[in-house]
Design a protein around this ligand. Structure first.
Ligand code: SAM
Length: 184
């Protein structure tokens, strides 16, 4: 777990000032519509999760997958307070895969924000998300510029390409290296 964001940093990641530079509704609005099924690996304490749940609405679903129970507990607490907990599923996994085989071909959109660089096997991660997505489904990857070099991000995208993802666009998100990848 040495490269994994410690649980107490989860509190820092949900600080309201972050919304000024990384506004979840602005970032996610173009990709998420009512009724969708969304997969969010590595939600932390849910900085993006609550708005994902608002965007999918009562008929939609957000499946979150994290290694750390404390992150999921923080996210669920905040979701209950916001009144959107009913549409969020929280899955606790070990550091050996996402455990989303049951979602094969069901996911409309996936978000991996500031988490891919923490993974021991990025290729496996992309293969699992690819399998979970519907044909035409999209994955938004955003990595922190401070931790991930241009070269490292290019290597990450090459792994995504190797499992079948096609690069679609590069949305501008403050302090982030980004790519929207499509299951063609
Ligand atoms: C830096 S935090 C980002 C949290 C959130 N996405 C955000 O932007 O606020 C990374 C999160 O990914 C989770 N994570 C790291 N490795 C993981 C893995 N193999 N499977 C699932 N979650 C993982 C960590 O526990 C942590 O909650």
């Amino acid at each position: 777990m040495s490269h994994v964001c410690p649980w107490w940093l989860g509190y820092f990641l949900i600080n309201p000032f972050r919304r000024i530079s990384q506004n979840p509704m602005k970032i996610l609005g173009p990709f998420v519509a009512e009724g969708m099924t969304v997969l969010e690996p590595g939600p932390g304490m849910g900085f993006f999760t609550l708005d994902l749940a608002r965007l999918v609405g009562p008929r939609g679903k957000v499946v979150t997958v994290d290694l750390q129970q404390r992150m999921l507990d923080g996210m669920k607490r905040r979701a209950r307070k916001a009144g959107v907990a009913d549409r969020i599923e929280a899955r606790l996994v070990k550091n050996d895969g996402l455990g989303v085989e049951d979602l094969a071909g069901q996911v409309d959109f996936a978000l991996a924000f500031a988490m891919v660089h923490e993974l021991p096997d990025q290729r496996r991660f992309f293969a699992e998300v690819f399998q979970a997505l519907k044909p035409g489904g999209k994955l938004l990857v955003a990595e922190p510029k401070g931790h991930v070099t241009t070269e490292a991000f290019a290597a990450t995208l090459a792994l995504a390409g190797a499992v079948g993802f096609r690069a679609d666009s590069r949305p501008a998100i403050r302090a982030s290296r980004t790519a929207v990848l499509v299951k063609a």
